[in-house]
Design a binder for this molecule. Structure first.
Ligand SMILES: Nc1ncnc2c1ncn2[C@@H]1O[C@H](COP(=O)(O)OP(=O)(O)OP(=O)(O)O)[C@@H](O)[C@H]1O
Ligand SMILES: [Mg+2]
Length: 234
């Protein structure tokens, strides 16, 4: 996809006609919704200069490359229709269509129905089966659609290689992220129950499941000491 340059005033104009959904720590717009409600405008700010900025991979570039690879693997996701760079604002902007559906977090918040976590565990097993390591895979980045299929968003932080250790890390991440954000979902549903759902859905041989369980214990121990340092009690 070709990247087009934007001036700061052109970028301001693009963003002024949108509804801000997320801002970053500095208060800059991160995710916006277009006026017609049909598109997402996502901004990635970069802080490196010169050679590095010119020649190295950018987060927006990773996002677009991952979208192509996911679609080739039959995984539903967003595919950007445009990519802009504003050098004055140190920002890349991508635009992609809104997808029908609700994130897992939104569903639980709205319905108080935790069984969606079982459907999610099945889907994560499917991603892992396809060697997809969705590192940003937390409850607000999985979108459940009306046909009960999932789509994933926020796909810049994703790899197409996976080990048994990374599977464990990925499963514990979703739990840890939830606790860090004061979400009680897994405490109510049961993280072990979620893991059972995952192992039931995965077609891995028993010895591989046991290795994953070993690493899960390892990451849970690390998670507990990490949360304790942040004064979060489980
Ligand atoms: N294509 C899309 N279709 C539907 N909703 C979307 C789409 N993209 C983003 N959203 C909504 O906007 C929210 C924020 O988007 P996104 O996850 O891309 O931003 P983020 O700030 O990077 O999130 P994170 O906290 O995961 O880093 C999502 O949780 C979702 O509710
Ligand atoms: Mg997100």
């Amino acid at each position: 996809m070709k990247r087009h340059l934007l001036t700061a005033s052109a970028l301001e104009k693009v963003l002024s006609n949108t509804k801000t959904l997320r801002v970053n720590k500095e208060g800059k717009i991160k995710v916006s919704l277009s006026m017609d409600g049909q598109s997402i405008i996502k901004c990635f700010y970069f802080y490196h200069k010169g050679f590095y900025r010119r020649y190295c991979k950018t987060i927006a570039g990773e996002f677009i490359a991952n979208a192509s690879q996911l679609l080739a693997r039959d995984i539903l996701t967003v595919f950007p229709s445009a990519w802009y760079r504003c050098l004055e604002s140190h920002c890349d902007v991508i635009i992609y269509p809104i997808l029908q559906g609700q994130t897992v977090k939104e569903i639980i918040d709205e319905t108080n129905d935790f069984t969606v976590l079982s459907t999610l565990a099945n889907y994560i097993a499917k991603l892992h089966h396809k060697n997809i390591y969705f590192r940003a895979g937390h409850l607000d980045n999985y979108l459940l659609r009306s046909d009960n299929n999932f789509a994933i968003i926020d796909i810049d932080n994703l790899r197409f290689s996976l080990s048994l250790r990374k599977i464990a890390k990925n499963l514990v991440f979703i739990y840890r992220h939830s606790l860090e954000n004061e979400q009680k979902y897994f405490l109510i549903y049961g993280f072990n129950r979620f893991l059972d759902n995952y192992f039931d859905a995965s077609n891995l041989p028993t010895y591989k499941k046991n290795i994953i369980k070993y690493w899960i214990k390892y990451y849970l121990r690390r998670m507990k000491s990490y949360l304790a340092r942040m004064s979060i009690t489980v």
